[in-house]
Design a protein around this ligand. Structure first.
Ligand SMILES: Cc1cc2nc3c(=O)[nH]c(=O)nc-3n(C[C@H](O)[C@H](O)[C@H](O)COP(=O)(O)OP(=O)(O)OC[C@H]3O[C@@H](n4cnc5c(N)ncnc54)[C@H](O)[C@@H]3O)c2cc1C
Ligand code: SF4
Length: 502
């Protein structure tokens, strides 16, 4: 029986953007830290390069976890050391200032996101993770054509800034960077925390937080084998605090299974999106370049457009037609470009533990609004126009019920003429937020400005779920910056407490 029984000052649940950053800061300040991760530790050499193998190894339920609503919307998440950072494209954006001011003025989060402190945290993370702009030599044919399309339409395109300082353009971020170029948490803050004294237990699923009165004193759960069967029990005690960093889907599940209610799981938000594919006469060669290298941020329109190079199996599934027509397109697989739109949706959903599941199984209710779908249409229309402007011969907008192959820029008007419903599009969401929102008022927040869970002591939420709204930019850096600030304060507070006790 491979049971785990352990104790540390801080017990952190999850090793993604939030958990690894909390561990980096707390262990760096000299505290003892235990990291608990439901998924396995995946060495770069062990990560399958094919899409399905890669997804089976590192994605939660192979990306099949979907929302409940008018249309299932897959929620993509990592389940391995590094969490979703181990499968993401490493796009880096600081928290936009309009969002920072909204959180400060409307939600009373000034002490968490004060301009100076947050900027210092971002500076430190950017230094440590080697954050740089993608050089044109690494845009690849996909990114280059997007730049051409944006320029032709006068759109504000730019090279993507990423945490991939030694990127070789192998376009395999989704399967895990084969060159360890991308500084995902599994190759950066988790090993760094371990060097600073932290201990990591993998295949360790936390089911609930253990309380003495209202004080969190540890966690309980299961030890899993490679097939995710329970092979032991998990009991880890926290001398100072439990930090839940299990993601915007799993953190509220762990907290609700622990008996917490209020706003826990109540205000889930996301940036869902979909993709448009274009066929060019000349080879595009999507297999070379940064997985995501070029972007067009249109925040005032609540959409963001990005080049997105996918493994060939995934691209093939996106090609229209059947029989000989489809096979002909397949023979030209290196002639396609793909760009995606992500939408800062206004829809608000709800997360609950799945009643027939256990541990981290979640049920997420989420339905895009009509305004959200009009914004998605704006993205699909703009991407289609950019494709033609970049020289595409055919454009596949991917809207069921409308023309599947556009051959003339004038046909884009057809896309604009009707409203879409979610079931017409193949949307996914990988930017997830706000299911344990931070705020100063316990009536409309789950955690306070220090990210401590209201009504408890020794219990914190440090991940995407604590961000109180979506933001219109890729979230990893904001999550890390906010968690860095909160963990820094917690480290200082606990050091002061131990000094005065001594
Ligand atoms: C395919 C993809 C591409 C993306 N691209 C980008 C990008 O380029 N730039 C960007 O900014 N953002 C990107 N994102 C989003 C970004 O990666 C996430 O927003 C961020 O990683 C979320 O951080 P987190 O700490 O909240 O959760 P995660 O990083 O998901 O980490 C949560 C961890 O907790 C573990 N866990 C969950 N439940 C339990 C439990 N009960 N017990 C123990 N462990 C548990 C999980 O296995 C996981 O490892 C992408 C996401 C995906 C999926
Ligand atoms: S594009 Fe390739 S080399 Fe560059 S970060 Fe992604 S996986 Fe690594």
């Amino acid at each position: 029986m491979a049971s785990i029984d352990d104790i540390a000052d801080f017990v952190i649940v999850g090793t993604g953007a939030g958990g690894a950053t909390a561990a980096r800061v707390l262990s760096g300040a000299g505290h003892s830290v235990i990291l608990l991760e439901e998924g396995p530790s995946l060495a770069v050499a062990d990560r399958p390069r094919d899409l399905l193998g890669g997804m089976r190894a590192a994605f939660r339920d192979m990306g099949t976890n979907a929302t409940i609503g008018t249309m299932p919307l897959p929620l993509l998440q990592g389940r391995c050391v590094g969490g979703s950072t181990a499968i993401n494209s490493g796009i880096i954006w600081r928290l936009p200032d309009d969002v920072r001011r909204d959180w400060t003025e409307r939600l009373g989060l000034g002490e968490l996101v004060d301009e100076r402190g947050l900027s210092d945290a971002f500076d430190a993370i950017e230094r440590e993770l080697g954050i740089t702009e993608t050089v044109p030599a690494l845009w690849g044919g996909n990114g280059e054509r997007m730049a051409r399309g944006a320029e032709a339409l006068g759109l504000p395109g730019k090279a993507i800034v990423r945490n991939a300082p030694r990127c070789k353009g192998s376009a395999q971020c989704l399967q895990g960077c084969p060159n360890e170029a991308r500084q995902s948490m599994d190759v950066s803050y988790v090993p760094r925390s371990i060097r600073q004294g932290a201990r990591l237990h993998t295949r360790a699923r936390v089911d609930r937080v253990r309380f003495e009165g209202t004080r969190a004193v540890g966690v309980e759960g299961a030890v899993l084998d490679a097939a995710r069967r329970q092979v032991g029990t998990l009991s880890v005690r926290a001398r100072r605090a439990v930090i839940v960093s299990a993601s915007a889907v799993q953190s509220p599940v762990v907290l609700r299974r622990s008996g917490l209610r209020g706003m826990v799981g109540e205000r889930f938000m996301a940036h869902p999106g979909c993709a448009v594919v274009g066929r060019f006469d000349e080879p595009v060669e999507m297999s070379f370049g940064g997985t995501q290298a070029y972007e067009v941020p249109l925040r005032e329109r609540r959409i963001k457009l990005e080049s997105l190079s996918l493994p060939p199996e995934m691209l093939a599934a996106r090609l229209p037609g059947a029989g000989a027509e489809w096979v002909e397109r397949l023979t030209q697989l290196d002639h396609f470009a793909q760009w995606a739109v992500q939408c800062r949706m206004e829809a608000v959903g709800r997360v609950r533990p799945r009643w027939f599941g256990n541990g981290s199984d979640a049920s997420v209710t989420y339905v895009p609004t009509r305004a959200d779908m009009l914004r998605i249409r704006d993205g699909v229309v703009t991407l289609s126009r950019m494709m033609f402007a970049a020289g595409a011969r055919e454009v596949y907008p991917g809207v069921a019920g409308l023309k599947t192959v556009l051959r003339d820029p004038a046909e884009v008007e057809l896309l604009e003429a009707s409203e879409y419903v979610p079931s017409q599009l193949t949307m996914v969401a990988s930017h997830l937020f706000a299911s344990c929102p931070a705020g100063s008022d316990p009536a409309n927040s789950a955690v306070g400005p220090d990210l401590a869970v209201h009504g408890t002591s020794g219990l914190y939420v440090m991940d995407a779920s604590a961000l109180p709204t979506n933001m219109g930019v890729n979230p990893q850096h904001s999550i890390m910056g906010v968690v860095w600030r909160a963990a820094e304060r917690l480290a200082q507070q606990e050091l002061r407490a131990s000094t005065s006790a001594a």
